[in-house]
Design a protein around this ligand. Structure first.
Ligand code: ZN
Ligand code: ZN
Length: 131
């Protein structure tokens, strides 16, 4: 089935032509925010977030596979959880490198140096024994 032209960059909420590391960091962040398992107690919300996850995953694949070229205006608007991109949410605080994973407890962006073993815990929560 042919899909109508959609703006993969707009769906991810990042500027067209952003570096692949940023695309990945934003994708992982949106997966974390929208994962349907979080809404297991609310079927309507869960269904909505399943749709969002499909959109986001489609957009990510379009971009990383090089199909997302010139984005047609206007981009879709989602008030929540889509917001204008904030680099502080995509880069770790310690090194200002792109996140490769987010802390399972607090959601802090973590680069491969912050979390070398990709445990999914920031240094604070690893020390507290969450991991
Ligand atoms: Zn944490
Ligand atoms: Zn770091």
């Amino acid at each position: 089935m042919n899909r109508p032209a959609r703006d993969a960059w707009g769906i991810l909420g990042i500027p067209a032509g952003s570096p692949v590391e940023m695309v990945r960091a934003q994708y992982l962040r949106l997966v974390r925010l929208n994962h349907p398992d979080q809404f297991a107690s609310n079927p309507a919300e869960q269904a909505r977030h399943e749709e969002i996850m499909k959109e986001v995953t489609w957009a990510y694949q379009e971009i990383v596979q090089g199909r997302a070229k010139a984005p047609p205006p206007p981009p879709p608007r989602y008030d929540r959880p889509f917001r204008p991109v904030d680099y502080r949410e995509l880069q770790c605080r310690a090194h200002q490198r792109w996140a490769v994973i987010y802390c399972t407890v607090c959601g802090a962006p973590l680069c491969s140096r912050c979390d070398e073993s990709l445990s999914g815990y920031c240094p604070v929560h690893r020390r507290r024994g969450w991991g």
